[in-house]
Ligand binder design. Structure first.
Ligand code: PBG
Length: 348
């Protein structure tokens, strides 16, 4: 037998992989990947009104929240150890140009200001897109059933500036128009927000896994689908090009979305660029876990922590997930495990 790269010349019975799996302490010692509470970003949905707390049917434990309730809910997550949220806004009125997306007193600027006032250290990210605000439900300006790229850029850039002005810590364009990162970066710089980073949804696929989100954000396209701007799930090289283009345009962080069916790309993007790589554990992935757990078919805690570990192992720097508050509580419990010492120790 030849020598392997660890210098071992023999296999079994000299080599026994199970030696390092015998106890939890030993497994912890040699564990290669850790998920921590610092890795979690909690996506939240904001609506107009007061004391509004409407549970999203397909996303148990997640709500459409008015600003007052959003602050309370974000505080609970923050106290559980979740360091960051990402906000999605649902305006009172939708119109063809999505004007609610870029008004200074729009739903997101008010939500951001309230969160930063209550919790200055909480990282508040905002999703930049038009689909929650447009009457047609598409992510850009529409003309004769086509989604126009260049006219959408200015609106997206305005939206980013409005969020930055309200105090957003990170802006995250999810629209998939070409050139949006560059347009947003230069608008932010032009208005004095050169310190606000851009997290680009770079490799964002046209996915069936966004179904529950569209119920939550009331953003289902009224005609057609998003395949003319979001990526074809079959394309790997194209995803890497998207990432490199966003890096060139000035993105500070890039994202792969959805998560579970695209772990190969999380790894490839991790190896391709030297910047933080986010992964979005999207609404459909969440809903499947919740539904199976509700039926008693899987152990929710175990499965969620396994999924999050998978993202980290694939190379994710942080994870956008609807499981964030639960996961934070579970991780805290795991970290405070009990140790036992014999009673006689320490007696003099
Ligand atoms: C907006 C946006 C979507 C998601 C995040 N930002 C929906 C979509 O593109 O249709 C999906 C998130 C999720 O499913 O959890 N463009």
């Amino acid at each position: 037998m030849s020598t392997d790269r660890n210098g071992s010349t023999t296999g079994f019975p000299t080599v026994r992989m199970r030696r390092l799996r015998a106890t939890e302490a030993m497994r912890s010692l040699v564990r290669e990947t850790q998920v921590t509470r610092n890795d979690l970003v909690y996506p939240m949905f904001v609506v107009e009104g007061k004391r509004v707390r409407r549970e999203i049917g397909s996303m148990p434990g997640n709500y459409q929240l008015s600003v007052d309730e959003l602050v309370a809910e974000a505080a609970r997550a923050y106290l559980a150890g979740v360091p960051a949220v990402i906000l999605f806004g649902i305006p009172a009125q939708k119109d063809p140009l999505g004007s609610g997306a870029y008004q200074d007193n729009g739903i997101i600027p008010r939500a951001v200001a309230a969160l930063k006032d209550a919790m200055p250290q909480l990282i508040v990210m905002t999703d930049i897109c038009l689909c929650e605000y447009t009457s047609h439900g598409h992510c850009g300006v529409v003309s004769e059933d086509r989604i126009l790229n260049d006219p959408s850029l200015e609106l997206l850039a305005h939206s980013a500036v409005a969020h930055a002005r309200a105090g957003a810590d990170v802006v995250a364009p999810s629209d998939m128009m070409d050139g949006r990162v560059k347009a947003i970066r230069s608008a932010l710089d032009g208005e004095g927000y050169e310190d606000v980073p851009v997290l680009a949804y770079s490799a964002k696929f046209a996915s069936g896994f966004y179904g529950p989100f569209r119920e939550a954000a009331e953003s289902t396209p009224q005609f057609g689908d998003r395949r003319s701007y979001q990526m074809d799930p079959a394309n790997r090289r194209e995803a890497l090009r998207e990432v490199l283009l966003d890096v060139q345009e000035g993105a500070d962080m890039v994202m792969v979305k959805p998560g579970l069916p695209y772990l190969d790309l999380v790894r490839e993007v991790r190896d391709l660029v030297d910047m933080p790589v986010a992964v979005y554990n999207v609404s459909g992935e969440f809903a499947m876990v919740k539904a199976a757990a509700a039926n008693g078919w899987i152990d929710e805690r175990r499965v969620v922590l396994e999924i999050l570990t998978g993202f980290k192992r694939a190379g994710a720097s942080f994870i956008l997930t609807y499981h964030a508050p639960d996961a934070a509580r579970w991780l805290a419990e795991d970290a405070s495990h009990k140790v036992k010492v014999k009673k006689t120790v320490g007696r003099r």
